[in-house]
Design a protein around this ligand. Structure first.
Ligand code: A3P
Length: 323
């Protein structure tokens, strides 16, 4: 995984015009990638540009699309599994769902980083309705057709303290040749220098969109899902247009789906213990670490957490996002 992560050749694979575009952007040394370029206000690894630029330029949204968006390490794997299971429950039971043998990341690949990156956009036309798509892009960088369509966007946010802690472990596993210290990583993270960062801009972008366009943008929190998964699963199903019937509720279908997608169940599936992701080649087990709220207390010093709390107060301010 670390080889893939530290591969910075992406820029050389771009067309001449796109290479010129990228090379004009501000560039910094990252802690997660050797280099990050600042594009449309977020920090982007070189190898992501091809997929992102093609997605932004060519993607045609459909009103029936469901777009799953997260800041990395905020629960993407979970959101993909839940949404896939809810939307496909008339096609598959929990006994024969493809999730038993295929990682949720491969069932709901990133539209930009995987599908467009591999020039495979034609497969989007063959996806069953509703299409379930995924991206880490900030709201302002979504393709125009997604913003202008009536598609439904589900954003899953996570407390930046836990998100950073999760990402730091993810980057360090397996040990890269040149491991970064948590102090250095944290410093860069606080400066916003992290893939798709700054995290506050990302979360605020979708938060504001969810307030302005509540029919189109659902804002969920990892912590709320952990606290009451039944309520959140129901809310998600309603929002994506696949509500549970009274009969399903009475039969306990919501509980069954929530339990199936839970951390303990997903982590213990063979596919998530020994599998690898088709596109990125990473081991699936890297996406299942602890799955807890508040693990940051075991890794961040009091001064680090104070600094991040202060930054969150400053950045989220009166937005209402922290309440
Ligand atoms: P931790 O590292 O804190 O354990 P992403 O899917 O966006 O890459 O995020 C990964 C984080 O989500 C990891 O957090 C991982 O353990 C957690 N996670 C994965 N599947 C989960 C699930 N079904 N329920 C809760 N958390 C899950």
């Amino acid at each position: 995984k670390s080889v893939e992560f530290q591969n910075n050749d992406g820029v050389n694979n771009l067309s001449k015009e796109d290479k010129e575009l990228v090379l004009r952007l501000p560039r910094v040394k990252g802690w997660d990638f050797s280099f990050l370029y600042q594009y449309q206000g977020f920090w982007c690894p070189p190898k992501f540009f091809h997929g992102i630029l093609s997605f932004q330029r060519h993607f045609q949204a459909k009103d029936t699309d469901i777009v799953l968006v997260t800041f990395p390490k905020s629960g993407t794997t979970w959101l993909k599994a839940l949404t896939y299971t809810i939307a496909n429950r008339s096609r598959y039971t929990l006994e024969n769902t493809p999730l038993l043998t295929t990682p949720s990341h491969d069932l709901v690949p990133f539209t930009d980083l995987e599908i467009y990156s591999k020039n495979q956009s034609s497969i989007l036309e063959d996806l069953p309705t509703p299409r379930i798509l995924a991206t880490h892009l900030p709201y302002a960088s979504l393709p125009h057709s997604s913003i202008n369509s009536n598609c439904r966007i589900v954003y899953l946010c996570r407390n930046p303290l836990d998100q950073f802690t999760s990402y730091w472990h993810f980057v360090l596993q397996p040990q890269p040749a040149d491991p970064v210290s948590i102090d250095e990583a944290f410093e860069k993270f606080c400066q916003g220098v992290t893939m798709f960062g700054p995290v506050w801009d990302h979360e605020l972008g979708y938060w504001k969109a969810s307030l302005e366009k509540s029919n189109n943008v659902l804002f969920l929190k990892y912590e709320d899902l952990k606290e009451d998964i039944i309520y959140s699963t129901k809310k998600l199903a309603d929002f994506i247009g696949c509500p549970f019937t009274n009969e399903e509720e009475a039969q306990g279908v919501i509980e069954e789906i929530s339990k199936f997608c839970s951390f303990d169940n997903m982590k213990n599936l063979q596919v998530n213990q020994t599998g690898k992701l088709a596109h990125f080649g990473m081991e699936t087990k890297a996406f299942f670490r602890k799955g807890k709220v508040g693990d940051w207390t075991n890794h961040l010093t009091p001064s680090m957490s104070k600094r991040l709390h202060n930054l969150m107060e400053e950045k989220f301010g009166e937005s209402g996002l922290m309440t």
